[in-house]
Ligand binder design. Structure first.
Ligand code: MG
Ligand code: ZN
Length: 195
């Protein structure tokens, strides 16, 4: 069986898990409703899952690497309990307006920058048109659109604030109330017309 897609690039906060400002406590991790179940057909077909997350809290001095890693580990643990493995978490710690000099810089990895996605594509030999991004902000969608990937915009997290921008800049994007709903639409589209 051919994988539905090569890879899914999932935003973390507001998409895969319920948005909480600068989440630092793993006990605050809540998967969005139906996310694990909706990921299953992709995983069973061989699609690899990557979480790509902007963690400006590091540059802002609000979070440290250990907190970010602990939250990521909890997300991975929750998903694995439902049989969903995350291949890798990719983190941008940067933010030009931050206060930690090392990280208060312009970078190519903060979404809508594409450096983290491109790194995965290169290392695994994935085809961008056989990949998709999902996120609640334009930043998530913009990275996917720039690389020619399918896109899912979810209305959880900050989704409603970004709805108009996404519609104007990425007309092909799948709009969905939740990640689970968007993945179901994407799965049907890919089954109908494989990439
Ligand atoms: Mg988000
Ligand atoms: Zn960065």
């Amino acid at each position: 069986m051919k994988p539905l897609l090569d890879a899914l690039f999932l935003d973390r906060d507001g998409t895969l898990i319920v948005e909480k400002d600068f989440l630092r406590d793993p006990r605050g991790v809540r998967l969005t409703r139906g996310a694990a179940r909706a990921l299953r057909p992709f995983v069973l077909s061989g699609t690899r899952l990557f979480v790509v997350t902007n963690q400006s809290g590091i540059a802002r001095g609000k979070l440290g690497w250990p907190e970010v890693r602990a939250v990521n580990a909890e997300v991975a643990r929750r998903l694995l309990r439902s049989g969903i493995p995350i291949a890798e978490f990719l983190i941008c710690p940067h933010y030009p307006g931050g206060i930690v000099p090392e990280y208060a810089i312009e970078c190519r990895c903060r979404k809508p920058g594409t450096a983290l996605h491109e790194d995965v594509l290169a290392r695994h030999g994935f085809t961008p048109s056989r990949c998709a991004v999902a996120g609640d902000k334009w930043d998530d969608i913009g990275a996917g659109a720039a690389l020619g990937m399918a896109q899912i915009h979810v209305l959880t997290g900050h989704g409603r604030e970004h709805r108009r921008t996404v519609r104007e800049r990425a007309p092909e994007c799948i709009l969905a109330s939740t990640l689970a709903e968007g993945l179901a639409v994407l799965a049907r589209e890919v089954e109908k017309s494989p990439r």
